[in-house]
Write a protein that binds this ligand. Structure first.
Ligand code: SAM
Length: 220
């Protein structure tokens, strides 16, 4: 999972303007690879918290011997975070929001914990314009929200975010010959050309938004 997402996540981290001293959060952090990567960029005084609903993922994240001192991991649902208001400068969430029972409630909670001028960065591969992903809900066997790029942008705006932006990210690493030779149909990809199409034309969907520096509540 982590290995597959890293070529895109590294591009997101470049856009997040991470700097020493920033407080960061990864929601649905999985094994914590992105938490560790962010921690390197905000050290020594900046900290990164990774939260995940799955206790097994948090245990795995905590047990990683490469954890630097400025990381913490905690079991938490995305829409009830163990944080006070305006505690966080940057929020990252990779391939997680569509599993959340109420994505809008999660986004509103992320807005609450962000400091004014803080930003949220969300990546999804499961979205309407990626037709290859449409079967994933059935294959995973969990309830998943299939939303379009526009619907995600609207959701971010509804939660109060400004400067809402969306963009596709592409894996710059070429598919190697071994990968091509070992290709087996599955996960919506019937041929190797489908994989190439996803990697070169469809891409991963990145969404971002900012909490206004003036912190005007969304209902005003
Ligand atoms: C596909 S994994 C992605 C993990 C990691 N972000 C990555 O890039 O590999 C989705 C993660 O979201 C977590 N998750 C799902 N629903 C959640 C929720 N409501 N609150 C917090 N985490 C959640 C899952 O436990 C899982 O670890």
């Amino acid at each position: 999972m982590a290995k597959g997402h890293w070529p895109m996540v590294s591009q997101i981290l470049e856009r997040m303007h991470l700097a020493p001293g920033l407080q960061c959060l990864d929601v649905g952090c999985g094994n914590g690879y992105a938490v560790r990567a962010m921690a390197q960029q905000v050290q020594p005084s900046g900290q990164v918290l990774g939260v995940d609903v799955a206790p097994a993922m948090i245990e795995q994240a905590k047990a990683n011997p490469e954890n630097p001192p400025n990381v913490a991991f905690q079991v938490s649902v995305a829409d009830r975070l163990p944080l006070g208001d305006e505690a966080i400068d940057r929020i990252l969430s990779v391939e997680a929001i569509y599993y959340m029972p109420n994505p809008l409630a999660a986004l509103k909670e992320w807005y609450r914990v962000l400091k004014p001028a803080g930003s949220v960065w969300i990546m999804v591969d499961f979205y309407k314009e990626n037709v290859y992903s449409h079967v994933w809900g059935e294959l995973v066997g969990l309830p998943m929200h299939l939303k379009s790029e526009r619907q995600y942008r609207e959701l971010l705006a509804l939660a109060g975010f400004t400067e809402v932006m969306s963009k596709r990210l592409f894996n710059p690493e070429p598919l190697d010959e071994v990968c091509k030779a070992n290709f087996k149909p599955g996960w919506g990809y019937n041929t190797i050309e489908d994989v190439v199409d996803f990697r070169t034309r469809v891409g991963s969907l990145l969404l971002s938004g900012k909490k206004s520096a003036l912190d005007i509540p969304p209902e005003i």
